[in-house]
Design a protein around this ligand. Structure first.
Ligand code: NAP
Length: 483
């Protein structure tokens, strides 16, 4: 029997995982297409000062390829990028990967996905894995006068490293994880720094002291490393975290909010500044920010929190609603991403020409975040409405792969040629997901965030993490259309 051909789109964390797993599967030939010139996804694209992942570093690795050499508890972006480049090399993926190839369409015909790329290249295979990322399309705010600005203006994920920052006056718009990390990194290192905050955030303190040389050496022993990972209490934290998300009145939610409030109370000296930094929505309604030093950074000389609304951008800088013109050389949009794109703008058409764009006309949906009816052997990793929160997307993708792998098994073995969820399964699943999502703190906490879809429903996994692991481990075959 001829091998099945699997096409993976994207060479970020999830695409690399899929490629490794498919390469190890007998009966499959795998090829990866990456629109950029390097692997790494988010970690290739984001290079802003202070770039850090808020998931503990040892958990932000594949379970089969731990990395003893992380320098600290929360991994700095460049180290993560090096990790993924190293993994790509180690697992022999470079020769399977085509760079600078952006897929523009994928059409399912005659038992295969037919891909077309912007370069004119074509390819076809029975299996298609979309590992195209989530936070990937910058959200550029429409601010009057932006084009008139005399200085440099760019989005956080498009950092202009040609500009020397030391002698500059810099304004950072946005107080999500990105804005907070940038402020922490730049405070004290530039002439003047302003943080434009529209909504105050809940900020959890975290100890991010570098690991000692001895600790790093000890992590080379897998047993010590596993023990350290347990000791760091990550699993317990994930369970507590999800419990708090699901019930914002729970003890766990109160504890987390209390820890953030204590951080605010103890860290900020000026009572007026303290009030401006005090959130007016429930903790965890937005993604919780973990920061060891933001509150210290915002109190440094030459650093200011601006809470007057932005009226417009003028040639000299930013004019706020109170009429003040803030003179700036650089404006950074730390304004987040359009989180509802997924595989789009690419055209994806399944059986009978069913168009993903039409199916997602309201907002993106997928059975268990992974499969769409009439899109056979097409799976998304970190797809619509999957688990989001301050936990490891690497672990999430590995769990998702366990599910995908089980579905692909009969296809690879030649016992079936097509598998995806049924229409009914997706509808039933989505109805129960939405009902549950509406009761989570993302919906009830009194805030706006990228977790909400265009209908205001949280676009995320609304059950606890254990339930996610359970469902990934055991596919319900009666929900699946196997031909
Ligand atoms: P974000 O969480 O979506 O935050 C965007 C910020 O921009 C918000 O403060 C928002 O204000 C503000 N904003 C948007 N439009 C604005 C406008 N027109 N005027 C003024 N302010 C505006 O984006 P992000 O910080 O880039 O983070 C996105 C996600 O990336 C995170 O939630 C996380 O999943 C991931 N990330 C993770 C890490 C990590 O450590 N793991 C680091 C960076 C990013 P409002 O709150 O008022 O809407």
């Amino acid at each position: 029997m001829a091998n099945k051909r699997a096409i993976v789109l994207g060479a970020g964390m999830a695409g690399i995982l899929a490629a490794i797993k498919l390469k190890e599967t007998d009966g499959v030939d795998v090829v990866v297409y990456e629109k950029s010139d390097r692997v790494g996804g988010t970690w290739r694209e984001n290079t802003y000062p202070g770039l850090t992942c808020d998931t503990p570093s040892h958990h932000y690795t594949y379970s089969f390829a731990r990395n003893p050499t992380w320098s600290r508890y929360l991994p700095p972006g460049p180290e993560i990028q090096r990790y993924f480049e190293g993994i790509t090399e180690r697992f022999g993926l470079y020769h399977l990967t085509h760079f600078n190839e952006e897929a523009v369409s994928a059409l399912y015909e005659d038992g295969k996905w037919h891909l077309e790329f912007a370069s004119g290249r074509t390819d076809a295979g029975e299996i298609l894995i979309a590992a195209t990322g989530v936070l990937h399309h910058p959200n550029i705010p429409k601010i009057e006068g932006a084009e008139s600005f005399n200085g440099a203006l760019f989005h956080s994920s498009r950092w202009d490293h040609s500009i020397e920052l030391k002698d500059k006056r810099i304004g950072v718009i946005g107080s999500g994880s990105t804005g907070v990390q940038i402020i922490s990194a730049l405070a004290g290192n530039v002439a003047h720094l302003e943080h434009y905050q529209r909504t105050a955030q809940w900020i959890m303190p975290v100890d991010n002291t570098p690991y000692t040389k001895e600790q790093i050496e000890s992590f080379h022993d897998p047993k010590v490393l596993e023990e350290a990972m347990d000791f760091e209490g990550y699993s317990a934290a994930v369970n507590a975290y999800t419990e708090a998300l699901l019930d914002s009145d729970s003890e766990m939610a109160q504890q987390m909010a209390g820890a953030c409030l204590m951080n605010l109370e103890e860290s900020i000296n000026d009572p007026e500044l303290k009030e401006r930094l005090r959130p007016n929505h429930k903790a965890m309604c937005k993604r919780l920010i973990f920061s060891p030093d933001y509150y210290q950074a915002i109190q440094r000389p030459n650093t200011a929190l601006v809470t007057n609304g932005i009226k417009r951008i003028v040639p000299e800088g930013i004019e706020t609603e109170d009429g003040e013109v803030h003179k700036l050389d650089i404006i950074v949009y730390a304004t987040g991403f359009k989180a509802d794109r997924f595989v789009r703008p690419m055209t994806v058409k399944g059986r009978g020409g069913r168009d993903l764009n039409e199916l997602w006309a309201d907002y993106p949906k997928a059975y268990l975040a992974l499969s769409v009816p009439d899109f056979p052997n097409f799976f998304m990793l970190n797809g619509p409405n999957g688990p989001v929160g301050n936990f490891s997307l690497v672990e999430i993708a590995e769990n998702q792969w366990k599910w995908v792998e089980q579905l692909l098994a009969p296809v690879v073995a030649g016992d079936a040629s097509e598998v995806c969820c049924t229409q009914e399964a997706m509808e039933t699943y989505e109805a129960s997901r939405e009902a549950a999502a509406k009761t989570t703190v993302w919906a009830t906490g009194g805030c706006n965030s990228w977790y909400l879809n265009s209908a205001g429903i949280p676009a995320s996994w609304p059950w606890n993490y254990k339930e996610f692991e359970r469902r990934m481990a055991s596919p319900v075959w009666s929900d699946l259309d196997v031909r």
